[in-house]
Design a protein around this ligand. Structure first.
Ligand SMILES: [Zn+2]
Length: 304
């Protein structure tokens, strides 16, 4: 039996912005590295989701929660509510050989990484405060999960809440043996945590960018290529041959624009320039009119 997550995982706002920036501007080496790491982290979380969804025991699976407790915000990759425990998991998709150290995991010749247990302790404490304020008596368990089979951590003390790739199967089996009689109070807690989730984290770390530096134009929905042409009602990609309705691709690119420039008003002129390849302003105007709500008149009209 596959257990669907009670709260599904979405691509984070940060990763969505980074994907568009990577497509439309030249990221510096560090920024590009940061972007690839975000992608990699997300892939690792998805891999862990596959494991938790296979659990046969009843539990509420809450993927990706951004919460606040006593004015401190914290993010939880994966939270599982069982009968007696609330288990939180910080998923790391690191690869390579590291040596355990209380402060940093050391590597030979690469970038050292901060010991994720500090972050875990903080999350655990903040979640504990939050659960207490919500009147929950569940015990909190917290683990760092190293999901990548290519990851090794030498000299890891055995009593730490660290799950290495070689221990993962056994760990999941153990989770599957937890008592699992859930009642309304568990559901209430799951619903409450979801209601407290903030879709946009308070601090978004993304590279600086400007409208001018962005490459304008419609892009292929499959391969991100700018080599697209309009034939009739369709946008056809010169790279991969993918076809998409022009209406759909204009709206997809409007979403990208809104993501990068949430303060900017959506007007026909702005989107006409942003989409580049569409010759006719009228066509853009038609698409916007059909999909968004118009406010104002004539040259002052904008869309919401
Ligand atoms: Zn393509």
């Amino acid at each position: 039996m596959w257990d669907m997550p009670y709260k599904a995982r979405d691509v984070s706002v940060i990763l969505m912005i980074l994907r568009v920036l990577n497509k439309r501007m030249k990221l510096s080496e560090d920024e590009h590295w940061y972007y690839l790491n975000q992608e990699k982290g997300f892939r690792g979380e998805i891999q862990f989701d596959i494991l938790t969804e296979k659990l046969k025991r009843d539990c509420y699976i809450l993927n990706d929660l951004q919460l606040e407790s006593s004015t401190s915000s914290f993010q939880l990759d994966s939270t599982l509510i069982f009968q007696e425990t609330c288990s939180l998991f910080d998923v790391k998709n690191y690869e390579g050989e590291y040596i355990y150290d209380a402060e940093y995991f050391k590597t030979i010749g690469g970038r050292d990484i901060q010991n994720p247990l500090d972050q875990l302790k903080r999350s655990k404490l903040l979640l504990n405060n939050l659960l207490q304020s919500l009147g929950s008596k569940l015990t909190i368990e917290a683990y760092v999960i190293f999901i990548n089979p290519q990851f090794t951590l030498y000299q890891t003390p055995p009593d730490l809440p660290i799950i290495l790739p070689t221990q993962l199967d056994a760990f999941i089996r153990k989770l599957d043996q937890k008592p699992s009689r859930l009642n309304q109070s568990h559901k209430n807690l799951a619903d409450k945590l979801i209601s407290l989730h903030q879709t946009v984290p308070p601090k978004i770390q993304v590279p600086n960018y400007s409208y001018e530096a962005m490459k304008k134009g419609l892009t292929c929905c499959k391969c991100d290529s700018f080599s697209v042409t309009i034939v009739g009602k369709k946008l056809i990609c010169g790279e991969c041959g993918c076809e998409e309705l022009v209406t759909v691709s204009v709206m997809r690119n409007v979403e990208e624009f809104k993501l990068l420039f949430p303060e900017q008003k959506i007007t026909t002129n702005v989107i006409h320039e942003w989409c580049g390849v569409v010759d006719s302003r009228k066509r853009i105007s038609r698409v916007l009119r059909k999909n968004l709500k118009i406010t104002g008149l004539g040259q002052w009209a904008f869309y919401e």
